[in-house]
Design a protein around this ligand. Structure first.
Ligand SMILES: Nc1ncnc2c1ncn2[C@@H]1O[C@H](COP(=O)(O)OP(=O)(O)OP(=O)(O)O)[C@@H](O)[C@H]1O
Length: 259
């Protein structure tokens, strides 16, 4: 059942919990992402940031809580019963919130354009011509069209990540999830990926970004969520969380990140 209105959050997470082998990692996560928002999830290593992303798109199965995406319940609690939507619903949701990974996750045996066409044909059932046209448009958008027939191992890390972003765009996403998109890149290549992400933000793309890259956060975030010890401990605008009156735990985190 879909009941999405433009004022509803694109993504709503309530009381999300996840343990690994009995050890609680997400203790109760609440998060709302609205249309056009660039939400950055920051916080200490091991706080659970990537696990939040991976539970949101069901790469990891949450233990309990509620996730609503575009008005559709992906998981929910009914009394003590935890309910997860059928795999078909999850697959459809995953297609509309593709993830860009730290290590790109491109198919090495497919060309650049083949990588960008694959998900469109397999998951969205677009025909080959449609998928190719859309892939070309998305590759042009990230400045990679002239490398369409290359293979991933002929590209730099920054170029691979731009292709991964084009692949996400090709799915006509409602939200793009980014899991540390610049942390596997040489410093010289970080800028080109940041540039593409800034262009997307200017075009109104809704994004949820896990990152340790404070330059990216400062240049792009509309909202910052500070994750600590399995919770969202603070949320607010960059002005609020990075300003002179920033909460002390964020100031300490930023001081540590700067060294
Ligand atoms: N599949 C898994 N199996 C067991 N433990 C896991 C698994 N995934 C994550 N964890 C553990 O959950 C905790 C949180 O990991 P997560 O990667 O979500 O943290 P993070 O905040 O993204 O950290 P970082 O900033 O270092 O990437 C860590 O202790 C990690 O070892």
């Amino acid at each position: 059942m879909t009941s999405f209105s433009p004022s509803s959050p694109v993504l709503l997470v309530r009381q999300l919990r996840k343990s690994f082998r009995g050890a609680p990692v997400l203790k109760s996560v609440d998060l709302a992402i609205h249309q056009g928002e660039i939400a950055c999830l920051i916080g200490p290593s091991g706080a659970g940031k990537s696990t939040i992303l991976r539970c949101i798109n069901f790469l990891e199965r949450p233990d309990s809580g509620e996730i609503t995406f575009f008005g559709e319940r992906l998981c929910s609690e009914d009394g003590n019963i935890f309910h997860i939507a059928p795999e078909r619903t999850l697959q459809h949701a995953r297609a509309r919130m593709p993830m860009v990974f730290q290590h790109f996750n491109l198919f090495s045996h497919r060309t650049v354009i083949g990588n960008v066409m694959e998900g469109q044909m397999v998951v969205l059932h677009r025909n080959r011509d449609e998928a190719r046209d859309r892939a070309r448009a998305c590759l042009a958008r990230v400045g990679m069209l002239e490398r369409a027939e290359f293979y991933p191992d002929q590209l730099s890390g920054g170029q691979k990540q731009r292709v991964a972003i084009a692949r996400a765009l090709a799915m006509s996403p409602a939200l793009i999830l980014f899991d540390e998109p610049t942390s596997a890149l040489d410093p010289a290549l970080v800028q080109e990926v940041q540039g593409v992400m800034r262009d997307l933000s200017a075009e109104g793309m809704t994004m949820l970004i896990v990152t340790h890259d404070m330059r990216l956060v400062k240049s792009i975030a509309t909202t910052i969520h500070f994750c600590a010890d399995g919770h969202i401990a603070e949320s607010g605008s960059p002005a609020l969380l990075f300003g002179d009156t920033a909460p002390s735990r964020i100031q300490s985190f930023m001081d540590a990140a700067a060294h």
